[in-house]
Ligand binder design. Structure first.
Ligand SMILES: [Zn+2]
Length: 131
């Protein structure tokens, strides 16, 4: 068993996985960004979640919304269901995922189809359709 397992489900240590992106904002693919955003929700990294949202899609209250979600939900697991484009040479990408959480003692499931766009060199989250 690896010490400090990354919460994103990669079965790598946090240091060898999402922490690199949390420090340097350089996730190479949409899936890596999506996983690192999930881990950021687990660790309440509000600034990272804000900064990896595409600037054209940042609402005025985005930071408050992220902080609210971080505070209210305890995320318990992630599975990536499907990815579309979002690779090293792509400009857009999509990731579908299923995340489980506990809110006020009750278990819940969040299934989302997220869209991403490249912004300069970095991938950024655009928005997501929640099932
Ligand atoms: Zn990770």
């Amino acid at each position: 068993m690896i010490k400090n397992m990354c919460p994103c489900g990669s079965e790598k240590s946090y240091e060898a996985c999402c922490e690199v992106y949390h420090k340097h904002l350089n996730a190479p693919t949409c899936e890596a960004l999506m996983r690192s955003r999930y881990s950021a929700f687990v660790f309440s990294l509000v600034d990272y979640l804000f900064e990896t949202t595409h600037p054209s899609y940042r609402s005025k209250t985005l930071k408050e919304e992220i902080a609210f979600t971080c505070k209210g939900l305890a995320w318990t697991g992630l599975s990536v269901l499907e990815t579309w484009q979002g690779g090293l040479s792509d400009k857009v990408g999509k990731v579908s995922f299923r995340a489980t959480f506990v809110q006020e003692g009750r278990e819940g499931v969040h299934v989302e189809h997220s869209r991403f766009k490249r912004f300069g060199k970095a991938w950024m989250y655009v928005d997501g359709k929640v099932e």
